[in-house]
Design a protein around this ligand. Structure first.
Ligand SMILES: Nc1ncnc2c1ncn2[C@@H]1O[C@H](COP(=O)(O)OP(=O)(O)O)[C@@H](O)[C@H]1O
Ligand SMILES: [Mg+2]
Length: 155
C-alpha cells in the first residue's frame, strides 16, 4: 500500500510517499506508480512522468546492481518547487557511477539521464560508523507549480 509518511509531513508540510518491497524487477513499476501518485496528489501532473522516469532508473539500478532482499523507494517534497526521489538499497560497497558517453551503447546511461533531468543527484551511506548497512541514491527535481498562492479576497 502507498501511504504518506507522517515523519515527512512534519518536516516539510507535504506528506511524503514511501514504499518498501522485494528487490525484484516488478518493483520498478511500483516505483513509477508511486512517483505518479505523489506528483498528481500534489498538483504537479506536468512533472509526474519525469519523476516516474527518475524513480524508474534509480529503482532499476537497485534491482540490478545492489543486493539484499528489499529496497525502499520514497518521493517527497522538501519545498514547494522541489521534489526528491530516492531509493535505499542494502549494498554499501558499490557507489553509483555514471558512465562515460560513448563507452557503451547499451548501458551506463541511466544516471546520465537522471543527472540531465534533475537539479542535482547523489548518494550517501545508510547507518553510522565503520559499517554502513546500505546506501540511498537520490535526485532532486525542480517542479513547476500552478499554485499562485492564496486567492485574493474581496475581488
Ligand atoms: N544502486 C546501485 N548499487 C550499486 N551500483 C550502482 C547502483 N546504481 C548504479 N550503480 C553503478 O553505476 C553504474 C551506472 O549506472 P547507470 O548509469 O544506471 O547504468 P546501467 O544501470 O545501465 O549500468 C552501474 O553500472 C553500476 O555499476
Ligand atoms: Mg541503470
Amino acid at each position: 500500500m502507498i501511504s504518506p509518511s507522517a515523519e515527512q509531513r512534519r518536516s516539510s508540510g507535504y506528506a511524503g510517499y514511501t514504499r518498501t518491497g522485494n528487490r525484484t524487477p516488478e518493483l520498478v513499476e511500483e516505483g513509477r506508480k508511486l512517483a505518479r501518485r505523489a506528483l498528481n496528489d500534489w498538483g504537479l501532473a506536468a512533472d509526474a512522468e519525469t519523476a516516474a522516469l527518475v524513480m524508474s532508473e534509480l529503482a532499476a539500478n537497485a534491482v540490478r546492481h545492489a543486493r539484499g532482499p528489499k529496497i525502499n523507494m520514497t518521493v517527497h517534497r522538501p519545498q514547494t518547487g522541489l521534489v526528491s526521489v530516492s531509493v535505499i538499497d542494502r549494498s554499501p560497497e558499490a557507489p553509483p557511477q555514471p558512465g562515460t558517453p560513448g563507452t557503451d551503447a547499451e548501458s551506463g546511461r541511466g544516471l546520465l539521464l537522471v543527472a540531465a533531468v534533475s537539479l542535482r543527484w547523489g548518494w550517501e551511506h545508510m547507518g553510522t560508523g565503520k559499517q554502513p548497512w546500505g546506501k540511498r541514491v537520490w535526485a532532486e527535481l525542480e517542479v513547476t507549480t500552478r499554485d499562485a498562492g492564496p486567492p485574493t479576497v474581496g475581488q
